[in-house]
Structure formats: structure tokens, C-alpha cells
Design a protein. Structure first.
Length: 191
């Protein structure tokens, strides 16, 4: 009787561990990006892209709300398609990439919302850390991709205040909108 009890007890102890399995995913830099849009002179939207995206996503396979996200964004790689504007954006007038070459995002909570998720976390940009809320679509995939590794897609949006992060504070909102819409696309690869 004792011989049957030990394997059964070990199985019961292992069950919660199996349920709480997590997997590690990293952004594919060739297929992940952070785009932005900001109003110029109250006339048009100027669009651009930040530099490479890196980091780690710890997915709780049983419950995505128990997952976590740690992302780094290369602000020195900012690109709007206009070299003179890009150089100005990299300068101390805006992002000051010599002093702050990287922005980071670290999730603090994830909640189910409709067909997607709300991810709340701390964004550090231009040396300032503020809480932000990402609206995330339901993940796409996983699919078997390059290198026979699993890939999963994540799309998210948020809007931040440039002046709250100390970016371009000498420019009035009539010249350069204060709201910056961020669109995030991540092709995550299972490690």
C-alpha cells in the first residue's frame, strides 16, 4: 500500500507545477517594431519608427494574465525618413540619445479585456519613468517559423504625453502635438 502512495503523492505535488508552466519568448528584431505618430502644426501626422526591439516575454501557458514583459527599445535608431528631422529627434532637443539611447518597458500587471488584454507597466523614456497602459490584441499563433522555432505575434497600442517624459518641452502643442500614439508589433520567438 505504501508503494502506491508515494508515486500518487509525487504526482499530486507535480500537478501544480505542470499547470503553471511558463515559456520564454524574445522579439525577432527583423519583424518587431515600435512605430509612432505625432501631429505636426495641427495639420498632419508625422510617422516614424524607433530602433531595434529586444527583451523577454515570460508567458504563463495556462493563464496569460500571469505572464510578464520586459522590453528594450533602441531610441538611437529613430527613423522618420527625413535625415535632418531624425538628427534633430536624436539631439538634446528631443530624445537626447547620447544620454538616453534606450527606452524600456516592464509590465506590472496583465488583465483580460474583451478579445484581448490590457498590459500595465512602467515605461522609462528620456530618463523618466511613468506608468502606461497598452491595449493588446489577442496573440496570433503560435506557428512553426524560421529555424523550426515557434513564433507568436503581439500587437499593441498606447498614447503617451511627450512633455510628461520631458521630450521636446520647448515646442508648444500648436507646433508639435503632445500626444504620441505608439503602435507596437512583436514577432516573438520561443526560446
Amino acid at each position: 500500500m505504501h508503494r502506491m502512495f508515494l508515486p500518487a503523492a509525487l504526482l499530486l505535488l507535480a500537478a501544480p507545477l505542470a499547470i503553471a508552466q511558463t515559456s520564454t519568448w524574445t522579439p525577432d528584431p527583423a519583424h518587431s517594431e515600435v512605430d509612432f505618430a505625432v501631429q505636426h502644426m495641427q495639420l498632419t501626422m508625422v510617422h516614424g519608427r524607433m530602433g531595434k526591439v529586444s527583451g523577454t516575454i515570460q508567458l504563463n501557458d495556462a493563464d496569460l494574465t500571469k505572464s510578464s514583459v520586459q522590453i528594450a527599445i533602441d531610441t538611437a535608431g529613430i527613423d522618420t525618413g527625413v535625415a535632418m528631422r531624425d538628427n534633430d529627434l536624436r539631439s538634446a532637443n528631443f530624445f537626447d540619445v547620447a544620454q538616453y539611447p534606450t527606452a524600456t518597458f516592464a509590465s506590472t500587471s496583465i488583465a483580460k479585456k474583451g478579445g484581448g488584454y490590457t498590459v500595465i507597466g512602467n515605461l522609462t523614456l528620456h530618463g523618466v519613468t511613468k506608468p502606461v497602459t497598452l491595449e493588446v490584441d489577442a496573440p496570433a499563433g503560435p506557428i512553426n517559423g524560421m529555424g523550426h522555432k515557434e513564433h507568436m505575434g503581439f500587437s499593441a497600442t498606447t498614447t503617451i504625453s511627450r512633455t510628461a517624459f520631458g521630450i521636446g518641452t520647448k515646442y508648444p502643442s500648436s507646433m508639435l502635438g503632445d500626444d504620441i500614439k505608439l503602435t507596437i508589433e512583436v514577432d516573438a520567438v520561443k526560446q
